[in-house]
Ligand binder design. Structure first.
Ligand SMILES: [Zn+2]
Length: 228
């Protein structure tokens, strides 16, 4: 019977209090992706694996993903005062719906900010929050989080020395793609143009890039003709 169950209990050790707990995860074999937007927002039939990428410790409430680093010594007191002492509801160990997923990602954005996690990590949380508000058809909130994601990817691109070439390409693409979604077509093309002449560009990105490059070119032309 358990083989048919799409969710299973994954074991975690809390990065803040070190206690052990479980949160749900979607079994890889039961993930059914039925669509994808040009910023990689996936659509799923049945359980959405994104909802379960944030673990929340039911003992202390600390929220984190697999990419979080250890809690920094000099951030511990601040995290205790501004987060641990304030969080009231901590049990996210069960199945998650969209509103619950939004809550846990906001918690992870908060702990990640307090623990000074990398900009690229915080950007990925904001991008997902943007997608979640796209699922729920709340464009104002979607744009708020996409805007923050673009800012954080720009910070990451400028500052993170540890980035791989592939990461740098992906961030450039995402910044351009997000700016386009926010209606900033000229800015979008400026960011995307940096990828146009990269000979080693990953084929999956090259295809997406050419599609949106043309699309935003048309949009700019439309804007111009409307303003004339
Ligand atoms: Zn904990």
């Amino acid at each position: 019977m358990s083989k048919l169950e799409p969710l299973y209990d994954k074991r975690y050790q809390c990065l803040f209090c070190q206690q052990k707990f479980t949160n749900k995860k979607v079994r890889l074999i039961s993930i059914r992706q039925v669509g994808r937007d040009s910023d990689f927002c996936g659509y799923f039939e049945g359980e959405n694996p994104y909802f379960y990428d944030v673990a929340v410790c039911p003992h202390c409430g600390y929220a984190f993903t697999a990419n979080f680093g250890p809690v920094k010594k000099d951030r511990r007191e601040l995290i205790t005062e501004q987060y641990i002492k304030k969080i009231k509801y901590k049990d996210y160990t069960g199945r998650r719906d969209l509103p619950t997923a939004i809550k846990v990602y906001k918690l992870a954005y908060l702990t990640g900010t307090l623990n000074q996690e990398k900009s690229s990590l915080l950007a990925s949380l904001c991008l997902r929050l943007g997608w979640f508000y796209r699922y729920s058809h709340e464009p104002k909130e979607e744009h708020r989080y996409l805007r923050r994601a673009s800012e954080l990817y720009q910070e990451a691109y400028a500052q993170e020395d540890t980035k791989t070439t592939e990461e740098a390409h992906l961030w450039l693409y995402l910044i351009g793609e997000i700016e386009g979604r926010l209606g900033n077509y000229v800015v979008a093309r400026q960011w995307l143009s940096r990828l146009l002449h990269v000979p080693s560009l990953e084929p999956y990105l090259r295809n997406l890039l050419m599609e949106i490059w043309e699309y935003y070119k048309e949009k700019i032309a439309e804007d111009k003709s409307e303003n004339q």
